[in-house]
Ligand binder design. Structure first.
Ligand SMILES: Nc1ncnc2c1ncn2[C@@H]1O[C@H](COP(=O)(O)OP(=O)(O)OP(=O)(O)O)[C@@H](O)[C@H]1O
Ligand SMILES: [Mg+2]
Length: 234
């Protein structure tokens, strides 16, 4: 089943158009990544899908729902969770309180995320459950934002640059976590600058340049030439 179907999506901030006719799809239980250099429109694409940035034109279908133009809270209730770039946890709430701030029940009582399941996937969050958000390390904060997203029991999880600013060892840990998470059946759309991480966890990828999708394909088929052409930073 197609979980997300984005067709000819355009979006602007004020007078400046940022996204131009984006087409992308995510199947049920699939992990897909959006790659691209700084400022190409990865975050804006995720925000247009979750309603934070109102699309200018185009269609967005999520499961059976047309969601383009709906407010973010309605999109979130339908089952899309968003892990924002830069983490945005509540610094003065404990890790445990952060987890419950946006939790909601999903449609299927059998496959609910519970605190127990979250702590199995992220043992460090159990060890830190009474720590204030601001006293967690960068990696722990990132795990907390992902776990908070899961507590919404989403069908689709949007994750924006979850590796940003983290040490290679932590990135490796996140990679294991995302691979484990895939087994739960949730669909995942990642925006990433960390190419190795993104390709290791995704089955398909889209590459953006200047607000447009310039490449799409299976991650196994992406060539070094393509990476050099669209993603090399020098
Ligand atoms: N709130 C905003 N108002 C105006 N312009 C914005 C706003 N947010 C982003 N932009 C511009 O939109 C373009 C795309 O930004 P976006 O954040 O989507 O890129 P990105 O691919 O996520 O980049 P990065 O890799 O740095 O996160 C950039 O030129 C950026 O300056
Ligand atoms: Mg971004």
């Amino acid at each position: 089943m197609l979980m997300l179907d984005v067709e000819k999506l355009s979006a602007s901030y004020g007078a400046s158009q940022i996204l131009f006719d984006i087409n992308l799809k995510v199947e049920e239980a699939e992990t897909v990544c959006i790659l691209g250099r700084n400022g190409v429109g990865k975050t804006t694409s995720l925000k247009a899908i979750n309603g934070i940035c109102r699309p200018k034109s185009g269609n967005i279908k999520f499961a059976a729902n047309k969601i383009a133009g709906l407010p973010p809270y309605k999109i979130s209730r339908l089952g899309i969770a968003y892990v924002p770039q830069g983490r945005h946890i509540f610094p003065n709430l404990t890790a445990r309180e952060n987890l419950f701030i946006a939790s909601r029940k999903g449609d299927n009582p059998e496959s609910q995320w519970t605190l127990q399941k979250i702590y199995q996937l992220f043992p460090v969050l159990k060890a830190r459950e009474n720590f204030k958000g601001k006293n967690l390390s960068g990696g722990e904060q990132q795990m907390l934002t992902i776990a908070r997203g899961l507590m919404q029991n989403p069908k689709l999880l949007l994750m924006d640059e979850i590796c940003e600013g983290l040490a290679p060892l932590i990135v490796k840990e996140l990679q294991e976590i995302v691979l484990e998470l895939k087994k739960s059946g949730v669909s995942i759309l990642l925006a990433e600058q960390n190419i190795n991480f993104a390709l290791a966890v995704s089955s398909r990828c889209y590459i953006m340049e200047k607000g447009q999708i310039v490449f799409s394909g299976n991650t196994a088929e992406i060539s070094q030439d393509t990476i050099r052409k669209y993603l090399a930073t020098q």
